[in-house]
Design a protein. Structure first.
Length: 105
């Protein structure tokens, strides 16, 4: 069964953008939305994670969890998903928070 899938990317190679745009609609740069089977979604995510390099990506898709969606990330991001008693919450990367506190203006 096909489910709603959203992939948001930053600084990924053109060939990955091409692969994503074959299966999903790109309503704005780096944001891909569509309805995919789990197999196609996982194959596309494997392509993204294998070539994310210095970029970043997040995958959000329909799931049977309490929130009705699941989240995966790849690359370096300011925010990271955290499982809190079965709920997916988003936390700031602790290293970056410390860097911002010790930076001088």
């Amino acid at each position: 069964m096909a489910n709603m899938t959203v992939i948001a990317t930053t600084a990924i190679p053109d060939h990955v953008r091409g692969a994503l745009s074959r299966w999903l609609t790109e309503p704005m740069p780096g944001l891909y939305v569509g309805t995919l089977s789990a197999r196609v979604r996982d194959e596309l995510w494997n392509v993204v994670t294998a070539s994310v390099a210095d970029g970043a990506a997040v995958l959000i898709f329909s799931d049977t969890s309490e929130q009705r969606f699941a989240m995966r990330t790849a690359g370096q991001r300011r925010r990271e998903p955290v499982d809190f008693d079965g709920l997916a919450l988003v936390a700031f990367n602790p290293a970056e928070i410390l860097d911002n506190r010790t930076a001088t203006p």
